[in-house]
Design a protein around this ligand. Structure first.
Ligand code: NDP
Length: 480
């Protein structure tokens, strides 16, 4: 019998190598997620975590760095669990661009596997490093620490390219080194429990499915509103801008899952096929899709700094967009003609990430013109799904008003462990489940949709970004 190595579950004695272990992502997301999986009993204690970076660090320093970001487990006793977890961790210091450190790493991995009697190694490599060194590290690890007699999985962080061409270039760079099924490309929004639940909400509730189309839906809105600015991360943000940071990836993922046709099975490739099929029906974006672009300036009271005043924004003439609103079109039978609005901004008046399905007005009958229904999946600040329903208030007067049918996670699942995005994604990699990772063709088509828009907005004919105050609703005319 041949084994489908792609879906083999990594159970015992898995080797997990974290490249860039000294960095920001490792500290804030990767370690807390690994600890979360361990402390909730999901990751086997026989797992060995090798941390790799150039810095001279100890395991104790790694622990100190990430401790404040690790959340308490649902079963308590975290100090003991932390002690146990960090016994599974070891640190290897080495460079990314020479073999020396990788050979040392191989020695340590092989010694561990030999001691455990492993004959078919299961190794996961996580690239928590800046994109310019993805291929350098991938090639040294292929030459030195690839599991020749076992199974290798490689997790790659976003961004995967800056546009269609650079994304393809990266894909071409990985091709001779790893098979596509060995690469797990992260868009961490795909690990969010709420987005996963959207599949169940849409496809396990036929009454909702029946109205999820152009006959009933007036407009779709995807919002990303952040109440803070670049705040020390200008070095990362300035060359990227709001479109690459959240729209081409996270918001497009939300929109895709909310609008795709039902996958033929609850299975990774079927879900990814359905997403690609939907993306292929989306119109390429260009000048006609731009509603507003902006960059924030000081708050009205002068207390909060403008984007250009941030010390980490080096180009003091930067035209980097911190706000963009666009319209989109899906040209298929289900959605043709339904306006889609995607809006994302930093330093706005609130913290809110959500998708809103706005229903059409009730034109006839007993209650013509009543406020239309709205179905909302909110990711921030609360995880919740709700629908505004029309009803009458108690008492003698038939006042129609709207009441939310509300599933707020913190109320409904107050005592449950709701996995964080990175916990789910790393677990999926152990399980060999790619449903929540981005496939190459999906990446290709999403960049194809956004690249002409980026070329326009970064080209000589780009409109000047409107200036909006820190803490406001965005450029003039953007009201909510
Ligand atoms: P960092 O800038 O913190 O870099 C991670 C580590 O890589 C550093 O600690 C350093 O380790 C090494 N490094 C940094 N710059 C270079 C360089 N120029 N050449 C060689 N090595 C370098 O990155 P992050 O941790 O913030 O991000 C890692 C990856 O995760 C990136 O792809 C990023 O886009 C992605 N990401 C990050 C998020 C975040 O919140 N931080 C969110 C989403 C994605 P040392 O010198 O010790 O070897």
């Amino acid at each position: 019998m041949t084994v489908d190595t792609q879906t083999v579950e990594f159970k015992k004695n898995t080797v997990f190598v974290l490249f860039g272990a000294s960095g920001d992502l490792a500290k804030k997301e990767t370690f807390p997620a690994l600890f979360g999986l361990f402390s909730e009993g999901v990751m086997d204690p026989s797992t060995k975590i090798f941390c790799y970076a150039r810095s001279n660090l100890t395991v104790q320093q790694l622990r100190d760095n990430c401790a404040q970001y690790c959340r308490p487990s649902t079963t308590g006793n975290d100090k003991a669990k932390m002690d146990q977890f960090f016994k599974m961790v070891t640190y290897v210091q080495g460079n990314y661009d020479t073999d020396v450190g990788f050979i040392k790493l191989r020695g340590e991995i092989e010694a561990f596997e030999k001691e455990r009697g492993v004959t078919e190694p299961h190794r996961i490599f996580y690239l928590a490093i800046p994109p310019p060194i993805f291929l350098t590290v991938a090639s040294h690890l292929k030459n030195n620490v690839y599991a020749e007699n076992g199974i290798t999985r490689l997790i790659v962080e976003k961004p995967f390219g800056d546009d269609l061409e650079t994304s393809r270039e990266l894909q071409r760079g990985f091709k001779p080194l790893f098979k596509e099924e060995e690469i797990f490309k992260i868009d961490h929004f795909l690990g969010k429990d709420d987005l996963k639940r959207l599949l169940a909400v849409r496809f396990a509730n036929p009454f909702l499915g029946a109205t999820w189309n152009k006959e009933y839906i007036e407009q779709i809105e995807v919002w990303f509103k952040e109440p803070f600015g670049a705040e020390g991360r200008g070095g990362y943000f300035d060359p990227v801008g709001i479109i690459r940071d959240v729209m081409q990836n996270h918001l497009l993922q939300i929109l895709t899952i909310a609008t795709m046709e039902e996958p033929v099975a609850y299975e990774a490739e079927a879900i990814r096929d359905a997403k690609v099929q939907l993306l292929k029906c989306m119109e390429t974006l260009g000048p006609k899709n731009v509603v507003a672009t902006g960059q924030y300036t000081n708050s009205l009271d002068g207390k909060l700094p403008s984007y250009l005043d941030d010390d980490t924004v080096l180009d003091k003439n930067s035209k980097c967009l911190t706000f963009t609103e666009i319209t989109m079109d899906i040209k298929n039978e289900r959605w043709a003609g339904v306006p889609i609005v995607m809006r994302a901004g930093k330093s706005l008046d609130e913290d809110r990430v959500e998708i809103r399905m706005k229903y059409k007005k009730n034109a006839y009958g007993m209650f013509p013109g009543v406020t239309p229904n709205m179905f909302v999946i909110q990711f921030h600040p609360e995880r919740k799904i709700y629908m505004n329903f029309n009803t009458t208030a108690p008492g003698f007067v038939d006042n129609l008003h709207q009441v939310p049918l509300d599933m707020t996670y913190s109320k409904k699942y107050a005592n449950d462990w709701v996995p964080e995005a990175y916990e789910r994604l790393i677990r999926d990699c152990f399980l060999g489940n790619r449903a929540n990772y981005v496939r190459d063709d999906e990446l290709d088509v999403s960049w194809a949709i956004f690249t002409p828009l980026l070329q326009y907005l970064e080209g000589p004919n780009a409109p000047a970004p409107e200036i909006y105050p820190y803490g406001s609703t965005g450029p003039k005319g953007i009201l909510e």
